[in-house]
Design a protein around this ligand. Structure first.
Ligand SMILES: [Fe+2]
Length: 402
C-alpha cells in the first residue's frame, strides 16, 4: 500500500528505546517487501515476535493434487452453488483454478479460522455474501458482502464469520479467494510517481478501509499455520502474535468494497481495462459494477466478440442480470473460464436483445462481476472439475446450427 498510516502507540523516532509500562522494551518487527526496498511497516510487540516453541509439518489438503490442464481446450462454466458449504476461510478453500502465479478458490465459511500466515504471496478475498471479522497483527477490519480484503504476504491473521441475529448461526460467508505468488496492488497507472491515487482512478485512498486499531491479545503457546514454499507448518508461538501496541508504515491489510468502484463509461462499449481494480504478478483483477449503459443512439451495449490472445479470462458472476450470458445457464454464483485460443462473446440473441432494451429506454445495467485475467493458462482444480456444466461450451454453436 502506498500511503502512510499510524495506529496505536509508537515512539517519536524509529529504532529508539520504547519501553513498556513495566520498564521492559517493546520488540520491533519490520515487515518489508522486496528486500526492504519497497513498502514496509514497523510494528511494536509487547513480547518477542521470534519466540517459537514448536514446529510441526502438516499435510496440505490444498496441494496441487487433482489439477489438470484445460485440455482439450474448452470454454468452461462452473457452478459454485453446487460446492459444499462449511469450514473456515483458510482450510475450507476449494481450489477452482490455478497456475504458477495465482490460485483461485471458493469457500463458504461458517467457522472461525485459526491464525494463519501465507508467506508465498498476497491474498485478496472477495466476499460475495455474509460478513466476517478479519483480525490481524495490524488490527481488525469488519468486512461484508462486496468487500475485497487484501492481505499482504506474511500477515498473521484469522477470519471470524459473524453470527446471525440473536446469536443464531449466520449463513456461510461465500468468498472467492485469490492467492498470488507475489503482491496484489492498485494498478500502477492509477498512481502518481509517489503512490497517491490520481484523479482519473476509479477509486481513491478514502475508499480503502484499514485496521481500526491494534489488537492487544495476551496468552501463550499460540499455534499459527504458516504456508511457505515448502508447504504447511504449524508454528507454536510462546506469546500471542496479536500483542502489537502500535505500528506505522505503508504496508497493511485493507478492505475495498466493489460498490465504491466508480465505473468508467463511454458512448460506445468500453474495454475491460476500464474495470481494472488490482494487479498481481501476471494477472489482473477487474470489477464490473452497476453503471449507465453505453449511451450512443447506435451503441451495442454488450461486449463485442473478442480474443484476449495473451490471457485466460475468469469471470465470477456476483449479482444482477448478466445480459451477455442470457440463455447459457450462467447465473449468480457461476464462474466462466474463457481461455486464450478461444474467441468468446455474447450468447446468441444477446446482442439484439441488448439493442432492443437500449431503444426501449433501458439506461443502466445492474450486473456485478469479478474478473481475473491471467497471462499464464489456468489449470482446472478439483472444485472446478466437480461443478462443471458440460453444456456451456456448445451454447453458441447449438443456436447457430439449430
Ligand atoms: Fe471476455
Amino acid at each position: 500500500m502506498p500511503y502512510y498510516r499510524v495506529t496505536g502507540e509508537i515512539p517519536r523516532k524509529r529504532h529508539v528505546r520504547f519501553r513498556r509500562p513495566d520498564g521492559g522494551l517493546y520488540a520491533e518487527e519490520l515487515m518489508g517487501e522486496e528486500g526492504f526496498s519497497s513498502d514496509s511497516s514497523l510494528l511494536y510487540h509487547a513480547h518477542l515476535p521470534t519466540a517459537i516453541v514448536k514446529s510441526e509439518g502438516l499435510a496440505d489438503a490444498a496441494a496441487d493434487a487433482g489439477i489438470v490442464p484445460n485440455h482439450p481446450l474448452l470454454p468452461r462454466h462452473f457452478r459454485t452453488s453446487d460446492l459444499p458449504k462449511g469450514g473456515d476461510l483458510v482450510l475450507g478453500r476449494q481450489l477452482l483454478m490455478a497456475n504458477d502465479d495465482v490460485r483461485i478458490s471458493f469457500a463458504a465459511a461458517d467457522a472461525a479460522s485459526g491464525l494463519y500466515r501465507n508467506s508465498t504471496g498476497d491474498e485478496a478475498i472477495y466476499l460475495r455474501t455474509g460478513s466476517v471479522m478479519f483480525e490481524s497483527v495490524y488490527g481488525r477490519i469488519e468486512a461484508g458482502a462486496g468487500d475485497y480484503v487484501v492481505v499482504p504476504r506474511g500477515t498473521i491473521h484469522r477470519w471470524i464469520p459473524s453470527a446471525g441475529g440473536n446469536g443464531a448461526a449466520a449463513p456461510p460467508a461465500e468468498a472467492l479467494v485469490i492467492e498470488a505468488r507475489g503482491h496484489i496492488r492498485p494498478p500502477r497507472r492509477y498512481l502518481s510517481q509517489y503512490g497517491q491515487f490520481l484523479e482519473h482512478a476509479p477509486y481513491s485512498e478514502r475508499d480503502l478501509r484499514c485496521p481500526d486499531g491494534p489488537l492487544i491479545a495476551e496468552g501463550g503457546d499460540v499455534p499459527v499455520i504458516v504456508r511457505n514454499r515448502g508447504g504447511l507448518t504449524r508454528l507454536t508461538y510462546a506469546n500471542h502474535p496479536f500483542d502489537v501496541v502500535g505500528w506505522d508504515g505503508c504496508l497493511y491489510p485493507y478492505a475495498f468494497n466493489i460498490a465504491d468502484f466508480e465505473p468508467i463509461v463511454k458512448r460506445t462499449h468500453a474495454p475491460p481495462p476500464v474495470h481494472q481494480t488490482f494487479e498481481g504478478p501476471n494477472f489482473v483483477i477487474c470489477s464490473f459494477c452497476p453503471r449507465p449503459l453505453d449511451f450512443d443512439t447506435d451503441a451495442v451495449p454488450v461486449p463485442y466478440n473478442h480474443h484476449n490472445v495473451d490471457s485466460d479470462e475468469m469471470m465470477f458472476y456476483v449479482a444482477g442480470d448478466y445480459t451477455a450470458r442470457k440463455g447459457s445457464g450462467v447465473g449468480i454464483g457461476s464462474i466462466t473460464l474463457h481461455p486464450s485460443g478461444f474467441t468468446h462473446g455474447p450468447q446468441p440473441g444477446a446482442v439484439e436483445a441488448a439493442i432492443r432494451g437500449l431503444d426501449e429506454g433501458r439506461a443502466t445495467t445492474d450486473e456485478t462481476a469479478v474478473m481475473i485475467d491471467t497471462f499464464r493458462p489456468l489449470l482446472l482444480g478439483p472444485a472446478g472439475q466437480r461443478t462443471e456444466d458440460p453444456e456451456y461450451a456448445w451454447s453458441w454453436g447449438r443456436a447457430a446450427s439449430g
